[in-house]
Design a protein around this ligand. Structure first.
Ligand code: ZN
Length: 195
C-alpha cells in the first residue's frame, strides 16, 4: 500500500476545523480505509498518534498507539515522570475531550507535521474522552500521563491547533540541536530557557 505523505505546517488543512464524521459514514468502507491508512502512516513514521488532517483529510478522526519499542531511548525515571505507558491502538471518531482535575504537566513534545522540532507544552495531566470508533461503537477513555498528552495533541489537530500555538515559544528547538541540558529536570530546563 502506498502511503500518503504527512502534511507539514503551512497546509491549510492543518489550520481548519475538521468536519464531523456523519453517523451514516460509521462502518463504511471509506471510513475503514481512512483508518487503516492512518494507522499505517502513524506506525511507519513512527509516531504515537495521528489525526486525519495530517494526511490531508478534514475529518474528526484520530488514532493513537504507544508501545515499548518507541520508549527505549527514555530512561526509566523519565518514563515515570512523564507517565509514559504502552497502550494498544485506539481509534476515536468525533472525540469530545475534557480535562480531569486541575493538575498540569509541562514536557517537550513534537509533531509529525512540524518535522524536526520540539517545544515545551503545558497540558492537563489527566483527561477524559468520549466518541465512537470507526464502527460506531461508543468509546470512553479516562487517562493520565503521556497518553493524556497525546490525546490533547491529536484533538487539537481537529480544531486546527498545532502544539506551536501552545508552547513556550522560547523553548522551540531543533531535535538535532538540543544538548544534554534537555535531560535535566523540567524546572531547570525552564530556567535555562528563560520560560
Ligand atoms: Zn501533531
Amino acid at each position: 500500500m502506498e502511503l500518503p505523505n504527512i502534511v507539514q505546517a503551512g497546509q491549510m488543512v492543518l489550520r481548519a476545523r475538521a468536519a464531523e464524521v456523519p453517523t451514516e459514514a460509521l462502518g463504511s468502507k471509506d471510513l475503514l480505509d481512512l483508518v487503516r491508512v492512518m494507522v499505517s502512516v502513524m506506525r511507519a513514521a513512527p509516531g504515537v498518534g495521528l489525526a486525519a488532517p495530517q494526511i490531508g483529510v478534514s475529518a474528526r478522526v484520530i488514532v493513537l498507539e504507544d508501545h515499548e519499542d518507541l520508549m527505549t531511548r527514555l530512561a526509566p525515571s523519565d518514563r515515570k515522570v512523564r507517565g509514559r505507558v504502552a497502550f494498544p491502538l485506539r481509534v476515536i471518531v468525533n472525540p469530545e475531550l475534557r480535562f480531569v482535575g486541575e493538575e498540569r504537566a509541562t514536557f517537550f513534545e513534537g509533531c509529525l507535521s512540524v518535522g524536526g522540532y520540539m517545544g515545551l507544552v503545558e497540558r492537563a495531566r489527566a483527561v477524559s474522552v468520549t466518541g465512537v470508533d470507526e464502527m460506531g461503537e461508543p468509546v470512553q477513555w479516562e487517562v493520565s500521563g503521556w497518553p493524556a498528552r497525546i490525546l490533547q495533541h491529536e484533538v487539537d489537530h481537529l480544531d486546527g491547533t498545532l502544539y506551536v500555538d501552545r508552547m513556550f515559544t522560547r523553548s522551540f528547538c531543533a531535535n538535532e540541536e538540543a544538548g544534554e541540558w534537555i535531560n535535566r529536570p523540567i524546572g531547570e530546563v525552564k530556567k535555562l530557557l528563560g520560560v
